[in-house]
Design a protein around this ligand. Structure first.
Ligand SMILES: COc1ccccc1CNc1ccc(C(N)=O)cn1
Length: 251
């Protein structure tokens, strides 16, 4: 396998500790120690020309809260672009495009990303002129863009070859591989509070197991996310699997 270059993440944030703190543990921490990714943070306070390293101010036209001022952010973005040239600058905000697994896979082939994590009520609109794309991790509002930046970094890092233990487990991700919700999973002990494991999983019949898992994924997706099933459509034989699932469910 071609050894891929290191993927570099530059995060612009007034709370660098939130980013570095998360990177001490877990899969992104491991990607760091194994040199699969690099992470650099840029603090807009270091680019503020005001005496108190000011980075926020009151909104013109009034309104609640504070906004992040443009000059320190634009300077931080320029510094990050210089250190990580040719990679997109992404602003994490509730006004952005919804992040889905396909976009994560598209990001994972890039040499890096520059992530702008906003705070307060957001940023001065003139900052957007220096941003390549605006993305949202979901329709809810957080106090800052640091968690969304970490969510994006972890989702992308999982896609990097050589990171996950089982080589193709990222490729087998339910969304990536089948566009369906994942099937139920079981491990030891075999009986938990009187509940046992579906016997098919103990049968050793791998064809039957694969069929059962697909059927469960289809059934769950039909029940919980009909929108996903609508979007994906049914492939040969899946309609029958789903009908059998519904008959069993009806029992
Ligand atoms: C009021 O907060 C803001 C307002 C505007 C921009 C950024 C922020 C920072 N907060 C964020 C950031 C991202 C997401 C998301 N859904 O991706 C949720 N919240």
């Amino acid at each position: 396998m071609a050894s891929r270059l290191v993927m570099r993440f530059d995060v612009i944030t007034i709370f660098p500790g939130l980013i570095h703190g998360y990177l001490q543990e877990g899969i992104v921490g491991r990607a760091l120690t194994r040199g699969l990714i690099e992470v650099q943070t840029w603090n807009p306070r270091d680019f503020s020309d005001s005496t108190y390293r000011r980075v926020d101010d009151r909104p013109f036209g009034g309104g609640p809260g504070m906004l992040m001022m443009a000059p320190p952010l634009l300077a931080a973005i320029a510094a990050a672009r210089q250190a990580n040239p040719g990679v997109p600058v992404i602003y994490l905000s509730p006004q952005g495009r919804r992040l889905q697994q396909q976009a994560v896979q598209d990001f994972a082939v890039l040499p890096g990303l520059i992530l702008l994590a906003g705070r307060y009520e957001g940023v001065d609109e003139r900052v957007l002129a220096a941003v390549d794309a605006e993305w949202s991790i979901g329709d809810y509002v957080l106090a800052g863009g640091e968690l969304p930046a970490l969510v994006l970094m972890e989702a992308v890092a999982r896609q990097l070859p050589g990171l996950l233990g089982h080589a193709d487990s990222a490729a087998e991700d339910s969304f990536a591989a089948s566009g369906l919700l994942d099937c139920p999973h079981y491990t030891r002990p075999e009986v938990v509070a009187g509940a046992s494991v579906p016997e098919v999983l103990l049968s050793g019949d791998h064809g039957r197991i694969r069929r059962w898992r697909l059927q469960q994924s289809l059934g769950r997706t039909a029940e919980r996310r009909p929108d996903l099933l609508e979007q994906r459509g049914l492939q040969a034989g899946e309609k029958e699997l789903l009908e059998e699932y519904r008959r069993q469910d009806g029992e």
